[in-house]
Ligand binder design. Structure first.
Ligand code: CP
Length: 320
């Protein structure tokens, strides 16, 4: 790897090489160790980042706000419903103006077929880096935290059997950005990835093609199944999580038909002996997953959530 990452946008991990992601993980691990030892890390003194949220958040907002404070900078939290965006102000104007006031802009906009375009439009005109806090397509902050969590637990990611599994939920229609990001990223780290879902919940065709290309290029594998048990059998890591049906091919998909797509102790018993249960959170307890699993010994969800802080700091320290 050559060159600095200062000024680089963080909209999708597709734009970051493996070397760049590895550097980000190294920096994040270093920040984690220093956080544990109360070693100050004022790498971004007086720097300012604007955090624009079109939707609710617990982990993402607070990892960014706490993270920039711990790096010596400051965050402006912006509920976009209180901004002139509500009166139609363009992403171009918002991007130019906010980037002239500070050192970076981060934004969550998950509206289907809008969010990613909005971020890219801001990035086109902003004079400072733009970070994606989740859009309709990608959640790179979650993706790197997931990768860090996996690398902390396993000595090698090569050949790890990781199953990204659709799960039933009642809470709300969740974006496809988390499974999409994982499907593209994990084969780049030589994992053997299984994507499992019932009809109507596929990811876009280009994602599947690229996930397979990544597997071929980097030495992982990628396959799809529609059988829940097959996804759990002998898996090292399971990531059962709801996502919404987005395809116009399935306008009448009835989620109630798939209530049995739940992560249960019984299903966990057919996975590998040392299986890990992961979830980006928030989880729909009782629907996506049984309490006994998410609160049980296989669950690494709190480590995964905590790593959102360290990786958010890593992204900001490298790019702002
Ligand atoms: N995983 C995640 O992005 O959580 P929040 O929606 O709480 O930010």
């Amino acid at each position: 790897m050559s060159g600095q990452l200062k000024g680089k946008h963080f909209i999708t991990l597709r734009d970051w090489t493996n070397d760049e992601i590895n550097l980000l993980l190294d920096v994040s691990s270093d920040l984690k160790r220093k956080f544990y030892m109360d070693v100050p890390t004022p790498y971004l003194p007086y720097k300012n980042i604007f955090l624009m949220f079109f939707e609710q958040s617990t982990r993402t907002r607070n990892s960014m706000e706490a993270g920039i404070a711990q790096l010596g900078g400051h965050a402006n939290y912006l509920d976009t419903s209180t901004m002139q965006i509500s009166h139609g102000e363009s992403p171009k104007d918002t991007g130019i103006i906010l980037s002239s006031f500070g050192h970076g802009i981060a934004c969550r906009n998950c509206f289907w077929e809008i969010g990613n375009k909005y971020l890219n439009e801001m990035a086109k005109y902003a004079s400072k880096p733009v970070m994606n806090l989740q859009c309709d397509l990608y959640h790179p902050m979650q993706g790197v935290a997931d990768l860090m969590t996996i690398k902390e637990k396993y000595t090698s990611t090569k050949g790890l059997k990781v199953s990204i599994i659709w799960a039933y939920a009642k809470s709300h229609k969740k974006p496809i950005s988390v499974p999409l990001t994982q499907a593209l990223l994990f084969p780049r780290y030589k994992m053997d990835v299984t994507l499992a879902y019932p009809d109507g919940f596929e990811l876009p065709d280009w994602v599947i093609e690229e996930a397979k290309e990544n597997a071929n290029k980097y030495g992982g594998t990628f396959r799809i199944t529609h059988h829940l048990e097959e996804a759990f059998r002998e898996a090292d890591i399971v990531i059962p999580k709801n996502w919404g049906s987005w395809s116009s091919k399935y306008p009448n998909v009835n989620i109630e038909e798939f209530k049995d797509w739940k992560c249960t102790e019984k299903l966990m018993s057919i996975a590998s002996k040392d299986v890990s249960y992961m979830h980006a959170l928030p989880a729909d307890r009782g629907n996506e997953v049984e309490d006994a699993v998410i609160d049980g010994p296989s669950s690494i969800v709190y480590q995964e959530a905590e790593n959102r802080l360290h990786t958010a700091k890593g992204v900001m320290a490298l790019t702002l």
